[in-house]
Design a protein around this ligand. Structure first.
Ligand code: FAD
Length: 300
C-alpha cells in the first residue's frame, strides 16, 4: 500500500486550502470527504466577507476552491474517516471502505449545526424543521417561519429567508444579538423580521408537518405559542471529531498549539473542528495553509 505524506480529512475551505499548499510543497496528498466538496459554506446563499469576492454564493465559492485545487492535481476521494491509528512508522487512516497509510494527517472535518433537543425537532426534520435556509427556504414561500439563534449564521439566514417568506420571527435566548453589527443593522431595518427576545423554543408542534412552536421567556418564565410553518435552527456547532483521540475541549473541539499540531505527533487540525475564537471561511483558509506548512516541516 502506498504511504502518503499527508492525508487530509474533509474537503471544506480548510481541507482544500491545506491540499493546495501540500501539493505545491510536492507532498503525496489525498483529501478524504464524506459528503461532497465544499463543507458547510455551501449551505449559505450569500457570502460577502471572504476577500476577493464581494458577493458570491457558498456553492460558487467552493467550486472555485475545487477548480484551483484540481489544477494542482489534488486527489479528492469519497469516504468517511472512522478512525486514525498510530502504527509507529506511519498512521493508518481508516474509512468506511478502505485504509490509507500516511506519515501525517490534517484534520479539517469541520462542524455541523447543533440540535435543540426539544420535542418535535427530530420528528419534523424535513417537514418544517431545517438547518439550511438555502436548501429549504423555497418551500416556505409566502409563509411565516421562525429562525432560532442570534449569531452570524442565524441573522444571515433570516435576511435571506425574508426575501422569500411572508414573515421571519427570530427567537434569541438573550436580549441582544452576537451577529456582526452590519447584519444587525440590516435585520433591524427589515420590516419582515420580528425579534422575540429572551426566548427559547420548548416544543415544536404540528400534525403531519410543523404548525407552530411553544416559546418560553427565560426572564418571566411565561410560555407562549407562535404559529409558524418552518423552524430554521442556528444555535451553535458540534465538531465532527469523534474519529480522533487527540486532546479536545469540553465541547469536543480539537486542541492545537500555534503550529496547529494536536496532542498526537504528526496530526494537525485546521478550521472549525478545532478550538478557536472565530469560525469562518477566512479563518479556515488560514488554518489550512498553516497546517499544511506545519505538516511539511514535521515530515522534514
Ligand atoms: C448557514 C451558514 C452560513 C455561513 N455563512 C458564512 C459566511 O457568510 N462567511 C463565512 O466566512 N463563514 C460562514 N459560515 C461558516 C463557514 O461555513 C465555516 O466556518 C467553514 O465552512 C469552515 O470550514 P472547514 O473547512 O473548517 O469545515 P467545514 O466547512 O465544516 O468542512 C468540513 C468537511 O469535512 C467533511 N467531513 C466531516 N467529517 C468527516 C469524516 N469523518 N470523514 C470525511 N469527511 C468528513 C464534511 O463533510 C465537510 O465537507 C457559515 C456557516 C453556515 C452553516
Amino acid at each position: 500500500m502506498e504511504i502518503y505524506d499527508v492525508v487530509i480529512v474533509g474537503a471544506g475551505p480548510a481541507g482544500i486550502t491545506a491540499g493546495i499548499y501540500a501539493k505545491r510543497a510536492r507532498l503525496e496528498t489525498v483529501v478524504i470527504e464524506k459528503l461532497g466538496v465544499g463543507g458547510q459554506i455551501v449551505l449559505s446563499d450569500s457570502v460577502e466577507n471572504y476577500p476577493g469576492f464581494p458577493e458570491i454564493s457558498g456553492y460558487d465559492l467552493m467550486q472555485k476552491f475545487e477548480e484551483q485545487a484540481r489544477a494542482f492535481d489534488l486527489e479528492i476521494e469519497d469516504g468517511e474517516v472512522i478512525a486514525i491509528r498510530d502504527e509507529g512508522e506511519y498512521k493508518l487512516v481508516k474509512t468506511d471502505d478502505r485504509d490509507y497509510k500516511t506519515r501525517s494527517v490534517i484534520i479539517a472535518s469541520g462542524a455541523k449545526s447543533s440540535h435543540l433537543d426539544v420535542k418535535g425537532e427530530e420528528e419534523f426534520i424535513g417537514r418544517g424543521v431545517s438547518f439550511c435556509a438555502t436548501c429549504d427556504g423555497f418551500f416556505f414561500r409566502g409563509k411565516d417561519i421562525l429562525v432560532v439563534g442570534g449569531g452570524n449564521s442565524a441573522i444571515t439566514e433570516a435576511l435571506f429567508l425574508s426575501k422569500i417568506v411572508n414573515k421571519v420571527y427570530v427567537a434569541h435566548r438573550r436580549s441582544e444579538l452576537r451577529a456582526a453589527k452590519i447584519l444587525q443593522e440590516r435585520a433591524f431595518a427589515d420590516p419582515k423580521i420580528e425579534f422575540v427576545w429572551n426566548s427559547v423554543v420548548e416544543e415544536i408542534t404540528g400534525k403531519d408537518a410543523v404548525e407552530g412552536v411553544v416559546l418560553r421567556d427565560v426572564v418571566t418564565e411565561e410560555r407562549s405559542k407562535l404559529a409558524v410553518s418552518g423552524v430554521f435552527m442556528y444555535v451553535g456547532l458540534v465538531p465532527n471529531t469523534e474519529f480522533i483521540d487527540a486532546e479536545k475541549d469540553g465541547a469536543g473541539f480539537i486542541l492545537t498549539d500555534e503550529r496547529l499540531a494536536t496532542s498526537i505527533p504528526g496530526v494537525f487540525a485546521a478550521g472549525d473542528c478545532r478550538t478557536t475564537q472565530l469560525r469562518q471561511v477566512a479563518t479556515a483558509v488560514g488554518d489550512g495553509a498553516l497546517a499544511a506548512v506545519s505538516a511539511e516541516r514535521y515530515l522534514g
